[in-house]
Design a protein around this ligand. Sequence first.
Ligand SMILES: [Zn+2]
Length: 414
Amino acid sequence: MKVLLLLGLVAVALAEITRFDGGKVYRLQLKTEEQVSIVKELGDTLQLDFWNTENEFLRVDTDVDVRVNAEHVDLFGTALEQGEIQHEVLINNLQAAIDNQMDKDVSTKSHAYDKYNSWDKIQEWVTSVTSGNPNLISREVIGNTYEGRPMHLLKIGKQSGSPKPAIFMDCGIHAREWITPAFCQWFVKEAVSTYGSDPQMTDLLNQMDIFVLPVFNIDGYVYSWTNNRMWRKTRSTNSGSSCLGTDPNRNFDAGWCTIGASSNPCSETYCGSRPESEAEVKVVADFIRKNKPIIKAYLTIHSYSQLLLFPYSYTTQLAPDHKELLSVAEGAADALRSLYGTKYTSGPGAVTIYPAAGGSDDWAYDLGVKYAYTFELRDTGRYGFLLPESQIKPTCEETMLAVKYIAAHVINSL
Ligand SMILES: [Zn+2]
């Protein structure tokens, strides 16, 4: 009976998973204003999912990665032909790419650093990595998500009698960017395993604490595992709309909803009903406000596009610390590239990619956290959000070098 019940539950769970058979991801090269307007209109009518830009920022001479549902593929293809829009197919069958992101040969049931881990596994890991390294890691629950999941924050650093200067780093603001929680876990592992042997890491953890929030948008992350791999937003309800969720990286109080964000709850970049309307955003903002005197750097990890961005995104004006922020970003990008040759572009968000208000890095910077950086990890679109597990290790290894470079600069500035 129990087995039957269990099978029934599994069947229900499976039935809810959104499949993407025949869905495609295209890269478009828009050469004329007419082509831009064609794609803009298609964006609305076919509910296209833009992966590396937003509908309102489509412009001539940009590469646009866009996901098209199977039922619209024919129509979309015809429109591309009629508009003579240059394009390539990045992902020919999205469901196959989803199925292939996980290594087939390894059937590990436990947490692994070179695998994508479900939230359950990450939560177990949070407990075990803390208890296994009591001298270097402590943890606290800083609040709860909309659906009531506890948000565990890890503090990595050599214990000290008085508060140390700190770096705050979060991963997984956007649910479908699975490589990013993988990086936060990798960072913690590397920090504790190289403390004492790597002079740079030893110095860092002696002088500073690193707050690590392994998954910011836990509800969305869980949903991206159980129901819809392409989910990006939080899971909160919106009054007057059947669409769920807010974009947490449009929900911070930094030029909130003025540009590059949508007031439509059905949009992937919905800014929310007010700044910090999202439980998770409020929890993180409250923590950083409370600890502002010690927090010297804010790092937020996203994917994809291989970018190292810094304020501002809500305005094209340069930040007062632009020169320093740029030179540190370029140094970090060089360090990253030294390992596997992976090329990053650095610059302020608004001019490097597109304007977007309500982002966490701009908010932290305006609060007074000078070294505020947004990473966009691998790749540049071949796999996009569906980066295969085989790339977790190299991606994390190279990203470590960039984070350590920034941290070393922060230490020098203390
Ligand atoms: Zn993101």
